[in-house]
Design a protein around this ligand. Structure first.
Ligand SMILES: C[S@@+](CC[C@H](N)C(=O)[O-])C[C@H]1O[C@@H](n2cnc3c(N)ncnc32)[C@H](O)[C@@H]1O
Length: 210
């Protein structure tokens, strides 16, 4: 159940965000590292055989948009033609739009627990290293927001540190997602089944669950 997340029940050490200044320099450096891009491409390889022909990609907590950029690079031509990066930090978005402006059509300021996006409208959601940076109390809401905006049959690609392994999966399943491919727990491709209907409020009607 979503209630499994709560203050004091977070697995592993909490990632501090924003990181201290020294770590920010390291993070900026890591952004461009070939190793980081290789790791992203490995995660994105879970999409092989699951890409649609067109559609909307939303990178939630996308920072400077490196995940979006790699997703566009590896996807078959014409896939995810519309790409949005959403992040609460203006500085991240500014840096991203300056350095890799063509990676996304829109750079939106917002929080993962209140996505300014219509129900059932996104074909591919990226959530790379984000839930672990949020307040624990906001995480269940953020997962149900991912579900709300995912198109039936759409995907959510999740990347989380090992310390979250075994913790994120119950949350995603209870929101309604089903896992379709995995590198390891916490590095998982989920799909929103297409037999569910969001209620007008945007919450999920679970009455049809088996
Ligand atoms: C570790 S960085 C990952 C950035 C990007 N996904 C990547 O892979 O490079 C974590 C990101 O989560 C964002 N973040 C923190 N709290 C958030 C929230 N409540 N909603 C959405 N994003 C959030 C931060 O601003 C930061 O850009």
């Amino acid at each position: 159940m979503a209630e499994a997340v709560g203050p004091g029940r977070r697995p592993g050490p909490r990632m501090r965000w924003p990181p201290p200044l020294s770590a920010r320099v390291e993070w900026a450096w890591l952004q461009g590292l070939p190793l980081r891009r290789w790791r992203l491409r490995r995660l994105l390889s879970l999409m092989d055989g699951h890409t649609g022909t067109a559609g909307l990609l939303l990178d939630v907590g996308g920072g400077t948009g490196i995940g979006t950029e790699e997703a566009a690079r590896v996807a078959p031509a014409g896939t995810y033609a519309r790409r949005l990066v959403l992040d609460p930090q203006r500085a991240m978005l500014q840096r991203g739009s300056r350095r890799r402006g063509s990676a996304a059509a829109g750079w939106l300021r917002g929080s993962g627990d209140h996505l300014p996006i219509s129900n059932a409208s996104v074909d591919l959601l990226l959530s790379f290293g984000v839930l672990c940076c949020m307040e624990a109390k906001d995480v269940p809401r953020a997962v149900s927001e991912l579900y709300r905006v995912a198109r039936p049959g759409g995907y959510c690609l999740l990347g989380l540190p090992k310390s979250w392994a075994g913790f994120s999966d119950p949350l995603f399943r209870s929101a309604g997602f089903r896992p379709v491919a995995e590198l390891r727990p916490g590095r998982t491709l989920y799909q929103r089944p297409d037999d569910r209907v969001p209620t007008p409020s945007g919450s999920v009607d679970l009455s049809s669950r088996a």
